[in-house]
Design a protein around this ligand. Sequence first.
Ligand code: FAD
Length: 399
Amino acid sequence: MLLQNKKIAIVGGGPGGLTLARLLQQKGADVKVYERDESQEVRAQGATLDLHFESGLRALEEAGLIDAFKANYRPDADRLRVVDENAKIFLDEHHEDSTSSFGDEWFRPEIDRGPLRNILLDSLLPGTVVWDSHIVAIEQRSAEEAEHSWEIIFQNGNTAAADILIGADGAKSKIRPFVTPIKPFYSGVTVLEGNIPDAEKNAPKIYGLLKGGKIMALGDSKTISVSAKGDGSMDFYTGWNVDANWVTGSGIDFKNGKQVLEWFKKEYASWDDIWLELFEVEGTVFTPRPQYCMPLDQQWEAKPDITLIGDAAHWMPPYAGEGVNMAMLDAVELSESLTSGKFTDVQSAIAHYEKQMFARFAEIGRDTLNNTEFMHSPEGLQKLLAMFNGQPNERPVPG
Ligand SMILES: Cc1cc2nc3c(=O)[nH]c(=O)nc-3n(C[C@H](O)[C@H](O)[C@H](O)COP(=O)(O)OP(=O)(O)OC[C@H]3O[C@@H](n4cnc5c(N)ncnc54)[C@H](O)[C@@H]3O)c2cc1C
């Protein structure tokens, strides 16, 4: 097989990297995942995710992990309320009978990121993930210089070698420049993300509105997305049109809740006071994230022994709920190309995968940018509701 006697290094243990490791290991490949986190437990894993039939769920099927998923997903956490800035409800899935289930094309079950990561980690052979491996550089070696073509250098001074390198290291990928010089562009929207522990006690009004599901609020060309997590906390993010350099230019200390609250009151001045709850909980750490997108027409010549998956390949804003799903589908397509036996060399297998990935991203990325733009326009709410009415299942869902 193409991968016989080849050492594969996956950089980054996010959903994309871990899915790929599992799929390749099922085919007997020699894989390591290098992850900068110190351990599996080191940090909270962010908001909930809805997995899609043709991508995230397909990847779990192929990885033999759909039963583990069924044991860990959160029924009804996908129920959405669309509201305006006064929290007036315009669409309410809590009043709809749930008709779809596993096997239906439009069933999009929710899972928290932590349990998804654990399912994938538990499926790997012991020692596959090398924690505390923050990659600072990679260097290419000639056949005369070394047995393996890549040397990987970590912040802690360790090094590793590999024959094939896969960058699954997310939006700010260190590996991407070795594959392409193409850079992302700013989408015009920045998000500010936060998490409220014990949401029932700390933000009771929004908690009541949320009802264990999701809220998408739109008004005055701004959005707030809220989702309930299995641990009783609530994740949320604001989205609004602002300059790319707002994060540094605003002078806000994002660890200082009072400063963030003052900013919110001004920026969301026309929004009802109910939303203040999200910003009044002591100790909330806010994370600002300017939303970038890779160019939709990006393409490059396939390299013989290095490629990208997930956000490293096609970073995009979260307004179509596709990022994790695309990362997991990349893993399926790349592992298929590398292990199907259809290709005589690794470069051809990588080229085949990348061709599929470019075409898919051109389409999904376009939809994502359209959503991002209209949701942050004066007609955002009307357009979103029209989209639901026209195509009830073709809907963006906040993460
Ligand atoms: C606010 C918000 C909401 C979102 N909501 C959704 C949603 O609802 N649905 C959805 O599908 N997507 C959503 N997304 C997008 C989604 O989070 C990403 O698309 C997805 O996580 C990409 O997966 P990945 O495996 O490519 O990268 P990541 O999840 O970013 O994982 C990359 C991994 O690489 C590691 N790493 C990075 N640099 C290095 C290094 N130098 N050395 C070693 N390791 C490194 C990181 O620690 C991390 O574990 C959302 C994003 C945001 C910001």
